[in-house]
Design a protein around this ligand. Structure first.
Ligand code: UDP
Length: 348
């Protein structure tokens, strides 16, 4: 029996490269498609080296329907994982049309092309950002979504709704269940870390917005000191709480999600899962944990809160554990070591 073939869009990015490795290691054939507008082909090389496969890379803009159709004519896909999206929150506020066009447009193009070619299974990369500041913690999948803080956040909510509606509509068409669309949205909390080989990892462009790349660059001497955004939150040490999930664990959640749809063809409904650890960690705990794990110093100063930041967000992971059988397994120490290994090899 031939392997199942999975299209991953946005394939040259951080989350996708790790997911591609996990899919290949689980026995899937993977086709990576990306327009390289926000990433580099280096990540694809990393995937090839880690897996020892010549995974195909196709330079395709998912917003280009003709190009997408041409891709679906050349490969017979069993499913798709849609990562292709712009993700800079601040930029999305300045250039909303660019974000709606790219993030929503590319998902619509993908779903329409999937329908045209009878491809039934799709995983969408969503985000804990849809919860805003949850009223009750930890956030469950049933927690209400809050009005988005940015066009970026809005595109995640809109794409979730598009998937929900498409799955509902195309499954109620009355045809055999084989014709239905199946969809899973994975709401990522804060993905961090790198592959143990340090061949792939997060490659921020310019000054990092996210905490871990800023910490690793500060430890490496590229940045003088980390700014900790606020120590007057209502949290044990005053700094904000997040749920930091190892990128390799997160990658495996996609393997489980796509397998759930492929192996249970009766499954009709749209599903949403939190992908986190369930453990809140403060900014200062992460800084000190990084210092301890790696034996390095991370100079920091406390500055004002960053506008738009939530005080505390962490996941209830019960549903992913009971339904998907997935849970995070790496320790924070392991993950923080992998972040530092990745940063260190970047200068080589
Ligand atoms: N943060 C910080 N300094 C930085 C970057 C981030 O103190 O240079 C804090 C930020 O305020 C938040 C946490 O670290 O409380 C995680 O931020 P990140 O941007 O990584 O992810 P977010 O949860 O905002 O998506």
């Amino acid at each position: 029996m031939s392997n199942k073939t999975i299209l991953v869009t946005g394939g040259a990015g951080y989350i996708v490269s790790h997911t591609s490795v996990a899919l290949i290691e689980a026995g899937y054939d993977v086709v990576i498609a990306d327009d390289l507008s926000n990433s580099s082909a280096g990540a694809v090389d990393g995937v090839r080296r880690i897996t020892g496969t010549d995974v195909p890379f196709e330079r395709v803009d998912c917003n280009d329907r003709a190009a997408l159709r041409e891709l679906f004519e050349r490969y017979r896909f069993d499913g798709a994982i849609h990562f292709a999206a712009f993700k800079a929150v601040g930029e999305s506020v300045d250039e909303p049309l660019k974000y709606y066009d790219n993030n929503v447009g590319s998902f619509l193009s993908l779903l329409e092309t999937m329908r045209l070619f009878g491809v039934r299974n799709v995983v969408f990369s969503s985000s804990a950002t849809v919860y805003g500041q949850p009223d009750v913690l930890p956030a469950t999948e049933a927690s209400p979504r809050k009005p988005a803080n940015s066009p970026y956040g809005a595109t995640k909510q809109i794409c979730e709704d598009i998937l929900r509606d498409a799955v509902a509509a195309y499954n109620s068409a009355g045809g055999p269940e084989e014709e239905g669309l199946r969809g899973i949205a994975l709401r990522y909390f804060n993905p961090i870390g790198a592959h143990p080989s340090a061949l792939i990892g997060e490659l921020p462009r310019g000054v990092p917005n996210n905490l871990i790349p800023y910490i690793t660059q500060t430890a490496a001497g590229i940045r003088a000191e980390l700014s900790v955004f606020g120590d007057d939150y209502h949290t044990p040490d005053g700094t904000a709480l997040r749920d930091y999930i190892d990128i390799n664990d997160l990658a495996l959640a996609h393997v489980t999600a796509i397998g759930r749809m492929l192996n249970d063809r009766q499954r009709q409904n749209y599903e949403v899962f939190n992908i986190g650890t369930g453990v809140p960690v403060s900014v200062l705990e992460l800084v000190h944990g990084f210092e301890r794990a790696n034996g390095v110093k991370v100079p920091y100063k406390i500055v004002a809160r960053r506008p738009g930041d939530a005080e505390a967000v962490w996941a209830d992971t019960t549903l992913a554990a009971t339904e998907l059988g997935w849970r995070a397994t790496r320790t924070l120490e392991q993950t923080l070591r992998s972040s530092w290994r990745w940063e260190q090899q970047l200068k080589k």
